[in-house]
Write a new protein. Structure first.
Length: 297
């Protein structure tokens, strides 16, 4: 469960219990000059922290109503017409406390959300960055549910930079990121893990499904002018730990953080060359180029 939701629920439950406890104490133990009514600020603040300024304002009104109720139930207190100014002052103070606390909490939640976005998103593409990828990979491995990992990098980005300049290269990376956002499902986790390196954590947990997904992405990118070379692997059949593989354990290579098709093996390889052949009606032919579709070296 989301920690924020859990925290908000805890504050709401605590606020309700505190309202009841303070009302009981005020109705039974309050004496003139003792000041137990000030404890109503506590549930007002808790409710405002959990639900924002609007609920904080309503909590202030509720606190005032309970204060009046407790005063009416307490035989040692007399609440008459001359007490109305005092009740009005308490109303304004309770409401102000709830409104200010709720507005502050709401602002802090928005700032925190923006900071989390900055910390987890790549500034150029808007996709998740390497840090978010590491966390998502570890989380999926920890859940022990099968998933597929696609790792790929753009073809000829260096040539684009050398020929047309780095701005053209950045534009190509942005274009690829935009296309990926439309090609994958909402449940897929797409990250830019390096300069021209990307990763997709997705649900196809079978070899045919992962291969078909890689082929579809590769073909779509190639047709749009941003070709890429793909590698893919499955959890847990191709590796079960998100760590760097040793020379004796190549099965963990698919789950290695920041692995790329060109630099380290990631289960299977699929490049845009085979996508182009498939589009020409030769999808069933045996790949002849080294990076078309084969176990990664």
């Amino acid at each position: 469960m989301n920690p924020r939701i859990t925290s908000s629920r805890f504050l709401l439950v605590t606020s309700g219990g505190t309202f009841a406890a303070v009302l009981a104490a005020f109705a039974i133990a309050e004496r003139p000059g003792l000041g137990l009514g000030h404890y109503f600020y506590l549930p007002v603040v808790l409710l405002a922290l959990a639900a924002g300024p609007r609920c904080g304002t309503l909590a202030g009104v509720l606190a005032t109503s309970l204060f009046a109720l407790g005063a009416g139930l307490n035989p040692h207190l007399q609440l008459g017409a001359d007490s109305l100014p005092s009740v009005a002052i308490r109303l304004s103070m309770y409401v102000a406390a709830g409104l200010v606390t709720g507005a502050f909490a709401q602002t802090m939640r928005r700032v925190t959300a923006k900071l989390e976005t900055v910390a987890e998103r790549d500034h150029l593409t808007g996709l998740y960055n390497a840090r978010a990828y590491e966390a998502a990979l570890a989380r999926r491995v920890g859940q022990q549910a099968p998933f597929a990992l696609l790792l790929f990098d753009m073809d000829n980005l260096k040539a684009v930079n050398d020929t047309h300049g780095h701005q053209a290269g950045s534009d190509a990376i942005q274009k690829l990121g935009t296309m990926l956002s439309h090609l994958v499902r909402e449940s897929d986790h797409v990250s830019r893990v390096g300069g021209d390196e990307f990763a997709v954590l997705c649900s196809p947990a079978t070899k045919p499904g992962a291969q078909a997904f890689a082929e579809r992405l590769s073909r779509s990118l190639a047709e749009s002018g941003v070709p890429a070379s793909f590698g893919w692997a499955l959890f847990p059949s191709d590796g079960d730990e998100p760590k760097r593989p040793t020379s004796r354990s190549r099965s963990t290579a698919p789950l290695t953080s920041a692995s790329t098709p060109r630099r380290r093996g990631v289960g299977r390889r699929y490049s845009t060359a085979s996508a182009r052949r498939a589009s020409r009606g030769r999808a069933g032919s045996r790949p002849s180029r080294p990076h078309d579709l084969r176990p990664a070296a």
